[in-house]
Design a protein around this ligand. Structure first.
Ligand code: AMP
Length: 586
């Protein structure tokens, strides 16, 4: 297929914010894809070159794109940067410059989807500093043949920032509309922007089948191919494959233990909610594989986890779900998440990191054992399997601490005990609940203390890009030190700020409030004289060498603007210290 066709689709989808219209456009397009291109195109539609679990990365930074634009268009890097500053989007920059380019390309060829995809795949295979010119060569080869609009999307795809707004649910529904329309007759009314499938029940069943298959294989390209070639039967026969990660089950939050019982029934299994990072571990004949909750493979970074599995877990083939918690090897005290989080992206010094920041694997679920899928088995049975396969070896691997009870008082005691031990709270699990990959279905819920909040002054920000260009984003926060009269930085926040004014504190509103107080600019970063105070909710305070206060906030979120507070009336460092030391028995 010509790349031009895909680009037309991107453009039309980007032009609408209506979900159903996006779905319609996409479904019509999916119908038209030749079967040999369906995998590549389904990936490219999502701005991807590889499925999530494939750990190849394009590894292209803006600088490399600028070099490629320079090479393909003969325009100076300075001019490209100026234009970029103006548009805030390197894709649009490429498009604009390409319209203006004087150089006539002699060997221009018509770009095909296959050509674009294959150059991108090659990019991922070039690792190391000596590959810059080859990478520039591959990108500029595409840009040389590209029309202005094609240039826009090539650049965005290369930067892994497509931004046309195709979410998972849109793609899922589009697959249903495209490949099952013969039996459900989706009547899409483009005027009223609504749909009316002839058979709503069947329609919902198809949607569920596509979603279920996706949750297991994690790749819409494969799901689309199966839907097209073997329909519902094909989707239903999709099975978990050991070695290939599936979406993890998620848990809803409830207020307290009573509500937990209401949701999961009595008796229920209560477990410590460990404060670490989640891993899905697969073992099969050719090895052990560790994936993060976002399904990236991190086996290499965790030789100690692999070792614990080898030594203390019985079985030749299985998939388990677990939380890795770091501990201090000398004092054997458990450590908060941030101390081990640095191991996740580590590329070198891995053995030393494993020695200095070891983890304990807390196994809380099993999805497959010795070739048998357990995702449809009740949780109580899965737990029995965990207990029979995992030998409990503290500071290496243990089954999650569990209490089965129907008694509120006992459950509350367990919750307190977990908080005192420095954990985040408890999980309550339905004894007969199945494992539903990817969803918050209520087979398990979490109970943890409510969020804290601080009032903090804004001391910096960054000019936004793309949809957010012209607005300040990513706000630097500070608390006050009454002793020195200085503001001390404590992190950055973007979450909670809205794109639309009607929805609450918006980027536009903050930008207007902060603009007069901008006192310095360097690239996109701006320094701001403290003048605006915002209420910031967060889950936890952590020690941090990065910020001058010595602390950082975990999961900060802007609540409201505290226009009733002067900057020097914002929360002071003493309060931050106090909240930190009050945190859950640490
Ligand atoms: P949250 O991250 O707040 O949505 O809480 C859910 C997360 O808690 C899971 O994704 C796990 O990473 C983690 N977790 C810790 N202990 C457990 C446990 N016993 N069972 C399930 N999840 C747990």
């Amino acid at each position: 297929m010509e790349y031009k066709k895909l680009v037309e689709l991107y453009q039309s989808i980007e032009a609408t914010t209506k979900r159903l219209e996006k779905t319609y456009l996409l479904s019509e397009f999916l119908k038209s894809i030749p079967i040999e291109d369906i995998t590549k195109i389904t990936l490219l539609i999502q701005g991807k070159v590889f499925p999530v679990f494939d750990d190849r990365k394009l590894g292209v930074a803006s600088r490399l794109v600028i070099k490629s634009l320079n090479k393909s268009m003969g325009i100076s890097a300075d001019r490209i940067e100026d234009e970029w500053k103006h548009t805030g989007d390197l894709g649009i920059t490429a498009e604009n410059l390409s319209k203006k380019k004087k150089q006539v390309t002699l060997f221009s060829q018509i770009l095909s989807v296959s050509k674009v995809h294959s150059n991108l795949v090659k990019l991922a295979s070039m690792i190391g500093s000596g590959t810059v010119s080859q990478k520039v060569g591959l990108i500029s080869e595409l840009l040389t043949s590209a029309s202005p609009l094609e240039a826009r999307y090539i650049v965005r795809t290369v930067l892994e920032d497509l931004r046309v707004g195709v979410g998972e649910s849109v793609l899922r529904d589009a697959i249903v509309w495209a490949f099952f329309d013969d039996s459900i007759h989706v009547n899409y009314d483009s005027e009223k922007k609504n749909i009316n499938p002839e058979n709503r029940e069947l329609y919902n069943a198809y949607v569920e089948a596509v979603q279920d298959a996706y949750n297991v294989v994690n790749d819409f390209a494969q799901v689309a191919t199966i839907a097209r070639l073997s329909g519902l039967k094909g989707l239903k026969s999709v099975h978990m494959e050991v070695g290939r990660p599936l979406k993890v089950m998620l848990y809803q939050k409830v207020q307290d233990i009573e509500e937990a019982f209401d949701r999961v029934g009595r008796p229920a299994a209560f477990e410590y909610k460990y404060d670490g990072f989640r891993v899905q571990i697969h073992k099969k004949s050719d090895g052990i594989f560790v994936f993060t909750r976002r399904l990236e493979e991190v086996t290499r970074q965790f030789p100690d986890v692999v070792d614990s599995i080898k030594k203390h877990v019985k079985g030749s083939s299985f998939v388990i779900d677990a939380e890795c918690v770091g501990y201090d090897p000398k004092t054997k005290k458990y450590l908060p998440f941030q101390n081990v989080s640095q191991r996740i992206r580590r590329k070198y010094d891995i053995e030393r990191m494993a020695r200095d920041f070891p983890v304990e694997v807390n196994v809380f679920d099993v999805l497959s054992y010795e070739g048998e899928s357990l995702i449809k088995s009740p949780f109580s049975e899965r737990r029995k399997v965990i207990e029979s396969m995992v030998s409990s070896v503290p500071f290496s691997i243990v089954p999650a601490k569990q209490l089965i009870t129907d008694n509120v008082v006992e459950a509350k005691k367990f919750y307190e005990e977990s908080l005192k031990a420095g954990e985040e709270g408890v999980m309550a699990k339905k004894l007969d609940g199945i494992y539903k990959p990817g969803s918050r279905v209520g087979y398990g819920v979490k109970v943890k203390p409510v969020m804290e909040s601080l009032d903090l002054a804004i001391i910096g920000a960054e000019w936004g890009e793309g949809k957010r260009s012209g607005w300040l984003t990513s706000f630097g926060l500070a608390c006050f030190d009454p002793e020195s009269g200085n503001f001390l930085s404590i992190g950055k926040v973007g979450t909670g700020v809205k794109e639309k004014v009607e929805l609450g504190v918006s980027f536009e509103q903050l930008t207007e409030l902060l603009r007069p107080s901008i006192i310095g600019e360097k690239g996109r970063a701006v320094t701001i004289k403290p003048s605006v105070v915002v209420e910031v909710n967060f889950e936890e305070i952590q020690k941090s060498p990065t910020y001058s206060s010595g602390y950082a906030l975990r999961f900060p979120r802007v609540g409201r603007i505290r226009d009733d507070r002067r900057p020097d009336e914002c929360s002071d460092i003493e309060l931050v210290k106090q909240l930190f030391s009050n945190q859950r028995g640490r």
